[in-house]
Design a protein around this ligand. Sequence first.
Ligand SMILES: [Zn+2]
Ligand SMILES: [Zn+2]
Length: 258
Amino acid sequence: MLIDSHCHLEYEGLVEDQQGVLARAREAGIGGFLNISTRQREWGKVVGTAAREADVWASIGIHPHEADQHADLGEGALLEAATHPKVIGIGETGLDYYYDKSDRGVQQALFRTHIAVSRETGLPLIVHTRNAEADTARILEEEMGKGAFPALIHCFTASAEFGRKVLDLGLTISLSGIVTFKNAKDLQAVASGIPEDRLLVETDAPFLAPVPHRGRTCEPAYTADTAGFVARLRGTTPEHLAEATTRNFFALFRKAAA
Ligand SMILES: [Zn+2]
Ligand SMILES: [Zn+2]
């Protein structure tokens, strides 16, 4: 069994046929889905799907793209939403300086708000980072110094140096379909060196369909393609990789195991 540790089941491309999407994934051996929030107005839908489907969990949070629209969001709203039994993670949050869709200062402030909530609830922080390695590492390090919190870097595409840094801070690294791309040699090198107990796989569906599905809408079923690729890369079997990443998922997201 595999778990898609990061997908957006409420997004256009998946939501129109959500039952079909889930059925195809289950058929492909995907036994769990973490349905990720990116803005406050979608929390109700994201959590609602998790409440309906036994094998779907939810996260609550604000994507860095949406930070400007949520500049006033305090810890209270996150803490309250986090009490739902199927909410197991905080995010996605973080810094995106590639698109720069929100003010960088607001992105950073909201990132720290999410971290405080993760620390307080014990629910893992789901970190999105793009073209923002230095600030992401600095904030994670500063905040870890104030008190540890569980966290992962989702859709990891950063440098080997950043990878070492976040592993040192105790984070887990999640690989998406990007690792299967022909031009992703540097990422493949990082992926082959991640300690086995710190590794997760995800689709980030409906985005980033892995080889051999590139150009199509990505679906959680394709977790199997990414996991198969990563297994070959690491010289192990798909079964072994599935077992390890599923174990890692439940070790990190303890509330899902409860
Ligand atoms: Zn993301
Ligand atoms: Zn995402």
